[in-house]
Design a protein around this ligand. Structure first.
Ligand SMILES: *Cc1c(COP(=O)(O)O)cnc(C)c1O
Length: 233
């Protein structure tokens, strides 16, 4: 596909997503300016990141360091904020700290230490969200609700890291509205640790309306913006 037809496709998809966000904000009595669209570009090339940037999208989400690190390097000339949204092994913290402005998936104390050390080593400050497991099954990442305050306190105390809020993925088999209502409880636990930690990262292509209704400040949108991913993971 030529660059200009891909640009047209992305522009059309972006317009649809922006309309959905605006309608959801209207319905919830919220200002669309409170909601940040994070374009999840995993499996798509750096050229798409560049096209999205040209269309006014400066927040980019990736879930694997092995893919994100080279993509971020290829786009180093753009004023982007990279959001790391996938499960993160401590041995990847050093790499992620070199490009990520925000890590959405902090779910355990050991990762707080590793990421803090990496941030200080890179001379950068990284915004961090506590990922919450909404069904209490941490297999797919996330701290269970009872552990969220502990992870939040560790983040708040870690030099190089900034406790910024919470993130969750609506579990399969749970209505997104119920899931995001639970997330609000964890969000308030985190604000009790740091009142400035107001970010709520929730909502993907299929459930952004429910997320906006539940107070999400950051939406992580892949398929609706970029199209279907190859089914490899
Ligand atoms: C892939 C991914 C998304 C985007 O999902 P879509 O359904 O394609 O919008 C959001 N959040 C996380 C953590 C992801 O891994």
């Amino acid at each position: 596909m030529s660059d200009s037809s891909r640009r047209q496709e992305l522009a059309a998809r972006l317009a649809v997503v922006r309309k959905r966000i605006a309608a959801a904000c209207d319905a919830a009595g919220r200002d669309a300016a409170e909601v940040t669209l994070v374009a999840v570009t995993k499996t798509f090339p750096a050229s798409d990141v560049r096209l999205l940037y040209g269309l006014g999208v400066a927040d980019i989400g990736e879930n694997r360091d092995s893919e994100a690190a080279p993509k971020a390097a290829q786009c180093a000339d753009l004023d982007l904020t990279w959001h790391f949204i996938g499960q993160l092994q401590t041995n990847k913290a050093g790499s992620v700290a070199r490009y990520a402005g925000c890590v959405h998936s902090v779910d355990r104390l050991r990762l707080v230490g590793a990421l803090g050390k990496a941030a200080r080593g890179a001379g950068r400050e990284i915004n961090c969200l506590v990922q919450v497991s909404l069904d209490g099954d941490p297999a797919r990442g996330g701290a269970v609700a009872a552990e969220v305050p502990l992870v939040a306190e560790a983040l708040a105390a870690e030099p190089g890291l900034v406790l910024s809020g919470v993130m969750a993925i609506a579990p399969l088999g749970m209505a997104p509205s119920d899931a995001f209502a639970r997330l609000r409880d964890s969000a308030s636990d985190v604000r009790a640790v740091s009142p400035a930690a107001t970010v709520i990262s929730a909502g993907m292509s299929a459930d952004l309306e429910e997320a906006v209704a539940a107070g999400a400040t950051h939406l992580r949108i892949g398929t609706a913006l970029l199209g279907d991913r190859p089914r490899v993971r």
